[in-house]
Structure formats: C-alpha cells, structure tokens
Design a protein around this ligand. Structure first.
Ligand SMILES: *[C@@H]1O[C@H](CO)[C@@H](O)[C@H](O)[C@H]1NC(C)=O
Ligand SMILES: *[C@@H]1O[C@H](CO)[C@@H](O)[C@H](O)[C@H]1NC(C)=O
Ligand SMILES: *[C@@H]1O[C@H](CO)[C@@H](O)[C@H](O)[C@H]1NC(C)=O
Ligand SMILES: *[C@@H]1O[C@H](CO)[C@@H](O)[C@H](O)[C@H]1NC(C)=O
Ligand SMILES: *[C@@H]1O[C@H](CO)[C@@H](O)[C@H](O)[C@H]1NC(C)=O
Length: 449
C-alpha cells in the first residue's frame, strides 16, 4: 500500500529544505516511512521527495466562490502580497538541472519588479455600470469562473487580478504601463459588436478616444500601452489601428510567431489556463501506467489526423478523437506524457491542463511562442517535437531515460505555480509572471508629459 504523495506541502517554508535525515525524525511513524523508502526505488523517491517539498505553503487557488464586488477602491487598498522566494537549489541534484534559465537573476529582478512596477488602468475599467451602454466591455467580469468563459479564463482573470494588484497606480505620471481595459471576449459575446471586423472598429475607436482624452498615448505612440486577449477571436482586434498593432503590447494566448498579427519580443505570450479545482495530490510517476494521452477533435488538424492514423491502435498510447470514455482528467492523471497537438490554433489549454495534473507536456506545435520562455527553460519540463516527428513519437518518448523523466517531473512541480491565476495575485503566479514580461519591456527613460 502506498500513501498518495503530495506535490504540495502544507508546512511553512522553513521546514521545506530539511536534510533527508531530519525529515525522517520529524515525520512519524518512522517505521512506515522506512517501509515507504524501501518500496520506492531511490530515484523515484528522490523525485517524490523533491516534488513533495518544492512548493512553499499550500496551493492557493482561485476561490470558486468568487463573488465579491470589484471596484477600484478595493484594488487601490490591496496590499502587496509577500512573495516567498523559492530556492530552487533542490533541483540542482537532478539530471536536467533547474527549469529556470537563471533563477538568481530572475528572482532578484522579479522582487525589484514587485516593488517598482506601476500600471495605470484607464478609468473605463471602474466606471459606473449605468453610465455607459458598453460598461460591461471594460469592467472586470463578475464571474470569470463561468464555464462558458473557460477558454477565455486567462483574459478575464488578468483584469480581475490587475485591479486587485499592488502594481496598480492611480497616478498615470508614475506608470510604466497603461492598460486598455477592453475585453475582446465580451465584445465577441455582445450582439451589437460580435464580428471580428466590428471588434477591430470598436477597439480602434476606443484607442483614438484615449489618444484625444489623455496625453499618454501620443507621448509614446502607444509603446507603453497594452491590452489582453485570449483565444483567436482577439487576433484581429488591433489590426485596423497602426500604432495599436505595431507599438502597443498585445498580451495574448495566441502567441504563434508565424502569424502576421503577433510580433514576438514586443508581444507577450499568455498561458491559456482552464479554471480547474485544486489538484493537491499529484499522481506520482510510478503510478502513471500509460505512456501518452491525448483527447481532442481530429478533423480540424492534419497533424492530429496523422497522429490517429499512426498511433490510433497502439496500446501504450491513449488517443481519443473527441471525448475519452473516462473523465478527461483521468487521462492526465494516469499518463506520463500528454500531447499538445496543434488544432486550429497552436495554443490550447491542454499544455496548462497537463502541467496542472503533473503530466509532462509533449508539444507538437511548431511556431508556438511558449509562455515565459525567456524565464523558463521549457526543455527541462516538457518535450518539444516537430510536426515531422509524429512517426517517431513513441521512439522519442521511450528513449527518455527514467532519470530524465523524473527530472522533468520534479521540474514540472517547480513551475506549476506559474500557471495558476488568483483573484488577488500572489507569489510567482500567472499574473505576476505576465507582469514580469511587461517589466522586461519597460522603457528605462521616463517620458515627460
Ligand atoms: C458569495 O459567496 C459566499 C460564500 O460562498 C456566499 O455565502 C454568498 O451568499 C455569496 N454571495 C452572493 C451575492 O452570491
Ligand atoms: C539556496 O540554498 C543553497 C543551499 O542551501 C544555498 O547555497 C543558496 O545560497 C541558496 N540560494 C538562495 C537564493 O537563497
Ligand atoms: C451610477 O449612475 C447613476 C445614474 O447616473 C446614479 O444614479 C448612481 O448613483 C450611480 N452609482 C454609483 C455607484 O455611483
Ligand atoms: C494626439 O494626437 C492626435 C493626432 O495625431 C491629436 O488629434 C490629439 O489631439 C492628440 N492628443 C492630445 C491629448 O493632444
Ligand atoms: C487500427 O485498427 C483498425 C480496426 O482493427 C484497422 O482498421 C486500422 O487499419 C488499424 N490502424 C492501424 C494504423 O493499424
């Protein structure tokens, strides 16, 4: 009998980096622990040990009862979250090394960002609901957890989190960045706007109004302004406004660098996260008996068709065209690797689903500008393969040694916190990681207005 292994510790952080020996002393009953040690191979124990103790505090997930009214007053008074540094030296013992390109540099720059970065939000995001017929487009969504919005969860949660963040400033003169608070998803669902052409007209008119009413847009021609959109409906939003498209920063889930409407290095890739209940107990590596899992519609992608044709009957590979005969989450829990295969778009929530359930993402999606890839070394916790490698998929995955797989699993546990949203941002969550991307794009010289 095996105890389920938790990826998260409920203990305070100072207990997290205990040497192995002390851990045994403080965790009764000793005999059970020793038995456990014997039943696990040394390597898988190491992975579980590192994984189980890599997360400071219990996982903070967005409250599903989120129903408080959001207004700017709250937001201005929200205090800076104390952000706990995680020492990733634990991962230095693993085969692949840290999942960060340079943890020390990132962690100190991130702390500086938390103290210094200031974002101004145009007041449409806090206007009186009855004062404008389009107020809904700008106000934070009152229920971003609504299942119908799940594909656009990141878009809505960014605004909700920003308005409660300590990075918000009511003084535009102090701001590094200016947020244009329109929601492409809300525009899409508004019958008065709806079409992609009308959305870009609306967005163009709004940006023009901002440039008339405030001096900040003209001062930078929009380079310190940004907007957010998730999923492909947002792609065309900026296309009719030259400076909005060429200068302003698009924070988007559709971060695919072959698209003419995405400019890598200027724009920011946003993780597409599906709102999911917390998964505190991750299924450990040795209880993942399937090699590969994928479920998704096949008809919208040649690569998916090829995948089915080649691997559809393989017993190690669970492929489902459409819904599997068991809950989707089960596939993510019981498999070692979970496929992300381009459909209409390169981005889908599948990458973050896999990360959420501790399944190593296998990304078969050329041209995807992976979120936070200037901070995270995706090769340390995912497998990235070309479209052309479908035929050798199984060979590629089977050639990954157990040690290497366990290292990826450990690293996945370390980076999971970056792919979660909170209504009040905290720590190294998706909001702060996205804000950090803005921070890296800030102008060093302040403009005078
Ligand atoms: C908000 O959530 C709390 C906690 O679940 C609940 O008691 C309360 O009735 C909710 N309020 C509204 C307006 O939905
Ligand atoms: C992390 O821990 C290691 C070993 O305990 C220590 O040498 C290193 O200085 C620590 N790094 C930080 C950033 O605290
Ligand atoms: C919103 O505007 C309406 C009409 O202008 C006004 O009656 C109402 O008091 C305002 N509400 C708030 C919260 O300011
Ligand atoms: C910004 O520039 C436009 C013309 O490019 C002008 O019409 C507008 O009045 C300017 N805005 C301000 C606040 O001066
Ligand atoms: C999979 O099995 C079905 C039914 O037995 C068969 O028709 C099909 O050709 C098989 N596909 C492959 C790639 O072997």
């Amino acid at each position: 009998m095996r105890r389920p292994h938790t990826c998260f510790s409920e203990k305070p952080q100072q207990h997290l980096i205990l040497p192995h020996r002390r851990l045994l002393l403080v965790r009764p009953p000793l005999l059970l622990v020793l038995l456990l040690l014997l039943t696990l191979t040394v390597s898988s124990w190491l992975a579980v040990f590192l994984c189980g103790f890599s997360k400071p505090r219990q996982q903070q997930v967005p409250s599903l009862e989120f129903n408080e009214s959001l207004n700017n007053n709250n937001a201005h008074h929200s205090s800076a979250e104390s952000v706990q540094d995680r020492n990733d030296s634990l991962s230095s013992g693993n085969l692949l090394g840290s999942p960060y390109h340079n943890w020390q540099l990132f962690a100190s720059d991130f702390q500086e960002m938390l103290h210094k970065l200031k974002i101004f939000v145009y007041p449409d995001a806090s206007m009186n609901q009855s004062s404008s017929p389009f107020a809904r487009v700008f106000l934070p969504n009152p229920n971003p957890f609504h299942p119908k919005l799940a594909n656009y969860f990141s878009e809505h949660m960014f605004k909700v989190a920003l308005l409660r963040s300590s990075l918000l400033t009511p003084h535009p003169q102090d701001a590094h960045f200016f947020f244009l608070p329109f929601s492409v998803n809300t525009l899409r669902n508004d019958p008065r706007v709806h079409s992609e052409a009308s959305i870009s007209d609306f967005v163009t008119q709004y940006t023009t109004r901002i440039s008339w009413e405030y001096k900040f847009w003209n001062a930078s021609r929009g380079t310190d302004h940004f907007y957010i959109c998730c999923h492909s409906v947002g792609r065309e939003a900026a296309s009719k406004h030259h400076d909005l498209h060429n200068n302003a920063i698009q924070v988007t889930c559709s971060s695919s660098y072959f698209q003419r409407l995405y400019i890598s290095h200027k724009d920011v890739g946003l993780p597409q996260v599906w709102p999911r209940p917390p998964e505190k107990l991750l299924n450990p590596p040795e209880l993942r008996h399937k090699l590969v899992f994928f479920a998704g519609r096949v008809q919208n992608s040649h690569i998916r068709q090829e995948l089915m044709a080649v691997w559809g009957n393989d017993t190690d590979i669970d492929l489902f065209s459409g819904s599997p005969p068991f809950p989707y989450e089960e596939g993510l829990r019981k498999s070692k690797y979970c496929l992300h295969v381009k459909g209409y778009e390169v981005n889908t929530a599948r990458v973050c689903d896999a990360i959420h359930y501790g399944c190593i993402p296998v990304i078969v999606s050329n041209y995807y500008d992976l979120p936070f890839s200037n901070v995270l070394d995706w090769s340390k916790f995912s497998v990235i393969i070309s479209h052309k490698s479908i035929a050798t998929l199984k060979k590629i995955l089977l050639s990954i040694s157990k040690q290497k797989y366990l290292s990826m699993y450990q690293n996945l546990c370390l980076v999971r916190r970056h792919f979660a949203w909170h209504t009040t941002p905290r720590g190294y969550d998706s909001f702060h990681m996205t804000a950090y991307q803005l921070w890296l794009r800030r102008g060093v010289h302040r403009l005078s207005y």
